[in-house]
Design a protein. Structure first.
Lengths: 432, 280
């Protein structure tokens, strides 16, 4: 009896707050909770982090702030990368530290409620169950951090430096210039004119090319789906062909076909009509050609998608509509179209954003040309291919980064709103 | 009678449209095939129906010592295989965790994936270049493979997660009660049911290095490490029109196997894509 009472008093006096406070030195709170193994683990983890990375972090943060002080010795790019890695490592450490605090508090709360500390073996099993999803995700996120997030952060950082062809490491040091590059895009006439002409063409290109693709694909999918049509399988396979052929092969083939002097379009298709069109040297005709090529390349994928969706539309609906005397147009407008758009909305958005950033086509077809006087971009350059040129041709790293950021924000906003709209559409739609 | 005639006209119209589409689709393909059979490397005299057809360019690709075609093919196969294995493993694990486990940070992790997916890889190219340089992986197939794996994860993880979500949870709950461990549930219950999407993602992974030209262009410098797309592009880009017949032959040899595989798996592709997307 007295033993139990004593036990009770002890559990009640166990304080989560104290456990958490103790864990300010990692592991101590766990010791207080009498979970010694866990305590040692936390302590070793954080101590090891400080010992191993201490020096690295020190240089990293110094580099991030100063970008190097000795011309020709310090490489600002390396220091910048080390700085960003330091920030990421610190973020990790903070998460682990935070987990350490929370863990101490939670265990203490459980003990207070009369929970007995488990055996080591049970503890292991628990830990394994709890950390299993993290173990699954870890390799993937590790790769994403180094291949995607780190480069993106690096690019964002470059936008605030003076990294261009005249001032490039390792020979020179970079320095932070604040928002100057962003102001330059809008205040220096050459940048402003190029930016707005490229942006407007990018938007026109995305809307026209993608909408034509989707329209053509929808039309073909519906007519091929007609019950009176035979050899459906063969027709469908054939129409998917452009999707199945590697893009760069078809694009380079088209580039050769549209060649002004020896291309097949001028020499064979248009020759009987006696016309020669400057496909690759006139801005307007290049744009027409590029849109045509993209429709050719991209409609097949959307067609395949729509065909898949159309087959899932129940024929009962059409029969019911026929009984009610609906016209073909009404059936299309009220049954087919909503169903198809509803089922494929996320993929269609991806199609639009994909074309917005369709670097391959623009670059391989005509390298963004023909060139325009007084601009750093060609007349068919979209934002992403302009960024490529700024980066790898004219080595204007800082401006390329600025434009990438503007582009990124733009695309992210559109995608975000679209996703939200389709979500709410879905929730209010037939699912409900 | 009138209705019948109208119906017939409609069907005829549909066939006509399909026929026109056939012509539009097949013309460039026949053209490039015809060009590849033209003797000589000049485009100026080449025609779609060659006067004296020969397969000299195909022979040239495989036998001439100036031709690196086989080497490029080998490089591409190495990258594609390594990428498929690595990327598939990592992607399946990530997707499984996000589909089946409720862990702290799950929601934020999903947001991060979704956000990352939006930004074009090209934006981080300078950093990838410098980073690979820093660790000595620039101009190597290993470096190229690793970048490929990293960039493919977000998109594919979403596709696979969407598919996993459609597999009923009762199945793994039942297995758990019977005492199956985490890996057992994954390998013996989830994976066999997810074969279509695994096939789709594996196929996408494998084919990407055959089609992509941008990443190798940035990562690879020396000709002996070229992949097919990069090698062929350089072949034709040095002097446009000069090597086009050879390029055409080389392209046909890539396009035919890829298109065949693609068309063969198209049903899986479409069902995998739509099932994954409508759920995400």
């Amino acid at each position: 009896m007295s033993e139990l009472e004593e036990e009770n008093r002890k559990t009640v006096s166990h304080s989560p707050k104290r456990a958490m406070m103790l864990s300010i030195i990692p592991g101590l709170g766990q010791f207080y909770n009498r979970r010694y193994f866990k305590g040692i683990l936390f302590f070793v983890l954080i101590a090891a982090f400080l010992v191993v990375f201490g020096n690295f972090l020190n240089i990293g943060y110094w580099g991030l702030v100063t970008l190097g002080t000795m011309e020709g010795v310090d490489d600002s790019r390396m220091l910048l990368i080390q700085g960003i890695v330091s920030v990421i490592l610190t973020a990790f450490a903070i998460v682990v530290y935070w987990l350490n605090l929370i863990d101490a508090k939670r265990d203490a709360e459980k003990i207070k409620e009369g929970w007995k500390v488990t055996t080591l073996r049970e503890g292991f099993k628990n830990a394994w169950d709890k950390s299993f999803p993290y173990a699954l995700v870890a390799p993937g996120f590790f790769m994403i951090i180094f291949v995607l997030i780190l480069p993106l952060l690096f690019m964002v950082a470059l936008a605030f430096t003076n990294y261009n062809i005249y001032n490039s490491p390792p020979k020179f040091l970079l320095s932070w210039v604040g928002m100057k590059n962003f102001f330059n895009v809008f205040s220096v006439p050459m940048w402003r004119n190029t930016f707005f002409s490229v942006l407007s063409w990018t938007i026109i290109w995305t809307l026209v090319a993608t909408t034509l693709q989707v329209g053509l694909a929808l039309f073909l999918a519906i007519i091929v789906n007609d019950k009176r049509i035979k050899f459906k399988k063969f027709i469908r396979t054939f129409l998917i062909l452009p999707w199945a052929i590697p893009g760069f092969v078809s694009i380079l083939t088209f580039a050769a076909m549209f060649n002004d002097q020896f291309g097949a379009v001028n020499n064979q298709l248009l020759a009987p009509l006696g016309i020669t069109i400057p496909w690759l040297t006139d801005p307007l005709w290049t744009k027409v050609a590029i849109i045509f090529v993209e429709v050719w390349l991209g409609f097949a994928y959307v067609f395949a998608l729509f065909t898949g969706v159309l087959q899932s539309v129940s024929s009962d609906w059409y029969e019911a509509a026929e009984v009610d005397g609906a016209s073909k147009w009404q059936k299309f407008r009220n049954i087919t179209l909503p169903h198809v758009l509803f089922a494929s909305a996320p993929l269609l958005i991806m199609q639009y954003t994909g074309n917005f950033n369709n670097f391959n086509l623009i670059y391989l077809f005509n390298q963004g040309g023909p060139p325009v006087r007084g601009q750093t971009a060609g007349s068919t350059d979209i934002v992403i291919s302009w960024v490529y040129k700024l980066t790898f041709d004219t080595l204007n790293y800082n401006m390329a980064a600025v434009i990438s950021i503007i582009l990124g924000v733009f695309v992210a906003c559109i995608a975000f709103f679209q996703f939200r709209r389709t979500r709410s559409f879905k929730e209010g739609g037939t699912n409900g | 009678m009138n209705a019948k005639l109208k119906s017939r006209l409609e069907v005829a119209g549909i066939y006509l449209v399909i026929f026109i589409m056939f012509l539009v689709i097949i013309y460039p393909l026949l053209w490039v095939f015809g060009i590849s059979l033209n003797p000589g490397t000049s485009m100026y005299s080449a025609t779609i129906i060659p006067k004296n057809a020969s397969i000299e360019h195909y022979k040239w690709l495989f036998t001439n010592q100036d031709s690196n075609y086989l080497l490029w093919y080998k490089n591409t196969l190495i990258v594609a295989s390594a990428k498929t294995v690595l990327s598939l493993t990592v992607t399946l694990f990530v997707a499984y965790a996000f589909s089946r486990y409720n862990f702290v940070g799950r929601k934020n992790g999903l947001y991060v994936l979704m956000l990352i997916k939006i930004f074009p890889v090209l934006m981080g190219m300078v950093a990838i270049y410098i980073l690979l340089n820093l660790v000595g992986l620039l101009d190597s197939l290993l470096g190229l493979t690793l970048v490929y794996v990293g960039t493919s994860i977000p998109t594919h993880a979403f596709l696979v997660k969407g598919y996993f979500d459609t597999i009923p949870r009762d199945l793994d709950e039942a297995a758990k009660i019977d005492g199956a461990g985490h890996f057992r549930i994954f390998f013996q219950i989830i994976l066999p049911l997810a074969v279509p999407i695994v096939a789709v993602v594996a196929l996408f992974n494998f084919m990407a290095p055959f089609m992509d030209f941008l990443l190798p262009r940035i990562v690879i410098r020396s000709p002996e490490n070229y992949t097919l797309a990069l090698g062929l592009f350089n072949l034709v880009n040095q002097e446009f029109g000069q090597n086009f017949t050879r390029f055409a032959a080389g392209s046909i040899l890539i396009a035919v196997p890829i298109a065949t595989v693609f068309l063969y798996f198209q049903r899986y592709l479409i069902s995998g894509l739509t099932a994954g997307a409508s759920k995400s």
